[in-house]
Design a binder for this molecule. Structure first.
Ligand code: GLN
Length: 505
């Protein structure tokens, strides 16, 4: 295999090893593991190459809020020591990034919010802990819309992240930092979270693979809660195989999260076969609507033809009430957020305004610590839950949510997976939607349903628009249907080269 080692401060001029074309920071997780296991590279060399890459490009991108350089190098040295002693582990020496809504012991965790400035959790999220137990090296914490509320990272309490494909455009959100970091080869993979699309949508806008597992497949322990009945930890990677490798590690029952599912975790890499013979692929009429960017629709339709070529049977289906999913989502998510965010009181975590009267301290801490979108959500959610409005809004939304769940369950009696576009458009420009929250909310029109019904979905790159911006195909599966969507995504990916396209920085 061809490798180039980046050297500190000069990431593009490296010392050439062997015949040299692939930069270390551009390796996939599976290739990195192969090279580490063969002894072609050391974990320290790999981590240093990633740190150099971050130093070279993150000034422009702002994908990271915190880079844990020192501890990353220490973890890498430890990984090399273990390997030299004959040990191996599923991710030994693999450098990954973590969205800043996931608690990391000893490392500042802000959820992209000023209100958590300086908060250093005494424990790690189970998903993060599992990665570390599997030998992964954590490079740092990635930027996010404040408390994961947003679709562009423009709601970050710090500064927005830029899209590596076009620095004038957003990377999507809320896991925009994780998506940009992976797309720009500043990490081999990353964790994100998806409450209404926050892994799949930025993956689509950054041209990478993004998986939202079924509700309960991955523990939410240590995920700073936004909408507890919707939140799920997901992965962002360059390839479907890398997604399967990470899911193998993070999936499973966790006694610390009573909503985590007690179902066996298969080896997801075994599901990756390069054809779709016998697969029934549902095509919902409701996912090809007016207003969708023509190049997005064309690329997705072409991808569906490709699935047919690979042996799948395409079945037209209907998902009634899809038009209600967005309003239902914005009632349920805000209601849950208003309750979850009550804990930020200036006493227990992070920022405190320091007023001497308790009520005044609540008021000032929350007034100064939360940004405008978070305040909007708390107000919307509080309204929907208040006496006199509860029945008309929150209860009604939950009833429609049940109807949606039935519609999706019925659809999966006929088909194995359901496909459509991940987003209605490619990456938009900064400021384009910030004045109109409703327009920003529309970026999630194709992703929120899966969270409401607790099922799984994956984005795979399937084209580019006339500006060379990535387009994503969404493949949805039933609860615990991860093997079916991974198989479909893998077969598609292996028969195209979209996943090999990289932004030039
Ligand atoms: N953009 C959606 C929202 O703002 C989804 C966010 C997410 O999935 N975390 O709620």
């Amino acid at each position: 295999m061809a490798l180039v080692f980046g050297s500190r401060g000069a990431p593009n001029k490296g010392i050439t090893l062997m015949t040299a074309t692939t930069n270390l920071h551009e390796l996939t997780i599976s290739d990195a593991l192969r090279s580490l296991r063969r002894g072609d590279i050391s974990a320290v060399e790999l981590i240093q190459a990633l740190l150099d890459r971050i130093a070279a490009v993150d000034g422009d991108l702002n994908a990271y809020l915190t880079v844990t350089e020192e501890s990353a190098l220490a973890q890498a040295a430890e990984a090399d020591k273990r390997r030299a002693a004959g040990e191996d582990a599923p991710l030994l020496g693999v450098p990954l990034a973590i969205k800043d809504v996931l608690a990391t012991r000893g490392v500042e965790t802000t959820a992209g919010s000023k209100i958590l400035k300086g908060f250093v959790p005494p424990y790690s999220a189970t998903s993060v802990q599992k990665l570390q137990d599997a030998g992964a090296v954590i490079l740092g914490k990635t930027n996010t819309d404040e408390f994961a509320m947003g679709s562009s990272t423009e709601n970050s309490g710090y500064a927005p992240t830029r899209n590596p494909w076009d620095l004038e455009r957003v990377p999507g959100g809320s896991s925009g930092g994780s998506a940009a970091a992976v797309a720009a080869s500043e990490a081999l993979g990353a964790l994100g979270t998806d409450t209404g699309g926050s892994v799949r949508q930025p993956a689509a806008l950054c041209g990478i693979v993004g998986l939202k597992p079924s509700y309960g497949r991955v523990s939410r322990y240590g995920l700073l809660a936004y909408g507890s009945s919707l939140d799920q930890v997901g992965t962002l990677t360059h390839t479907v195989e890398d997604t399967a490798i990470l899911l193998n590690v993070i999936a499973g029952r966790d006694p610390l999260d009573s909503t985590s599912l007690d179902a066996p975790v298969p080896d997801y890499t075994q599901a990756l076969i390069p054809d779709l013979k016998g697969m029934r692929v549902g095509l919902p009429a409701e996912y090809f609507i007016e207003g969708i960017q023509p190049e997005v629709e064309a690329a997705v339709r072409k991808a569906i033809t490709q699935l047919e070529t690979l042996g799948a049977q395409i079945v037209p289906i209907s998902l009634p009430n899809t038009d209600k999913a967005l309003p239902v989502y914005y009632l349920v998510a805000t209601a849950e957020a208003s309750a979850n965010l009550a804990r930020y009181d200036g006493i227990r975590f992070g920022y405190s305004a320091g007023a001497d009267n308790m009520l005044e301290n609540f008021r000032q801490t929350r007034g100064q610590g939360f940004g405008p979108e978070v305040k909007r959500r708390i107000m919307l959610g509080t309204y929907a839950l208040s006496a006199g409005y509860y029945d008309a809004y929150y209860l009604k939304a939950q009833q429609v949510r049940t109807l949606l769940k039935r519609a999706w369950e019925r659809a999966f009696e006929q088909v194995d997976v359901i496909v459509g576009p991940t987003t209605p458009s490619t990456a938009f420009r900064f400021g384009e939607k910030t004045d109109n929250p409703l327009e920003m909310y529309l970026a999630d029109i194709f992703t929120v349903s899966l969270n409401l019904v607790g099922m799984c979905g994956i984005n795979v790159p399937c084209g580019q628009d006339n500006n060379g911006l990535p387009i994503g195909l969404q493949i949805c599966g039933p609860s615990l249907g991860e093997e079916a969507i991974l198989r479909t995504a893998y077969a598609y990916e292996q028969s195209t080269s979209w996943h090999k396209q990289k932004p030039t920085l």
